[in-house]
Design a protein around this ligand. Sequence first.
Ligand code: NAD
Length: 256
Amino acid sequence: MTKFDGKTCLITGAASGLGRATAFAAAAKGASLVLTDITADTLATTAEELRAAGATVHLAHPADVSDHSAVVGLAAHTFDAVGHVDIVMNVAGIATWGTVDKLTHQQWRRTIDINLMGPIHVIEEFLPPMIAARRGGHLVNVSSAAGLFGLPWHAPYSATKFGLRGVSEVLRFDLRRHKIGVSLVLPGAMATPMVDSVDIAGVDRDNAALRKAIGLFLRHAVTPEQAADAVIRGVERNRYWVYTSRDIHLAHWGQR
Ligand code: NAD
């Protein structure tokens, strides 16, 4: 019996990248799945692919995590359909880059609403029932290397990833007495669609310097499957710090 076998696992951002890869990895370990994402069509396709691979997908429910009422609806559907959740994974996120003279208020707001308020909405709606169910469990919050140290252009993104780290560091202690473990996932570069959809204030996407920067970033990237493997191992071993690449691990400990 692993930490996943026979357990129900909720994954946000499940239609793409790390969320999608983690859904396949958790299913391979015996978990049944509740999947959510803002993009309904890719979410439905991912759920079909998982079912075709033999996974149990209880629900593939589209929701915008930045919308509290949508997350309330997701929780209601989930507890109606499945009765309980054992593992909650906050993976959904967007990337916003830019310099302070170019970033708009809307870009700051949207990044905070999705990357920080999104996981908070999920925690608000899923953790109290998990505590009440007294089944223990695990919470995974996906932060970033940008939640550990400053990276150029990353101010809005870092604000959310440092914020999520703050929430996790507190819940790590608060949830211990309920036998709910917490993992903070710290990806470095991952080759996912996020890299191409990054919202960059005031920078032309065809800008040569930008393409070079993204090229350099991707040269150090791990695949979403490699990162998902680290997430699964983190839950199995009840690790708080989960590094998805060696560079981040070394950079983090080098800063201490
Ligand atoms: P991705 O773009 O492939 O996947 C993110 C998913 O989140 C998408 O399916 C998207 O539709 C979904 N999403 C976006 N906004 C949403 C919303 N409002 N509500 C619900 N779902 C929403 O990106 P990824 O690289 O797999 O990112 C996964 C996580 O990893 C994110 O939290 C990201 O910040 C983090 N991360 C990524 C990298 C990287 O290099 N790709 C590095 C560090 C951290």
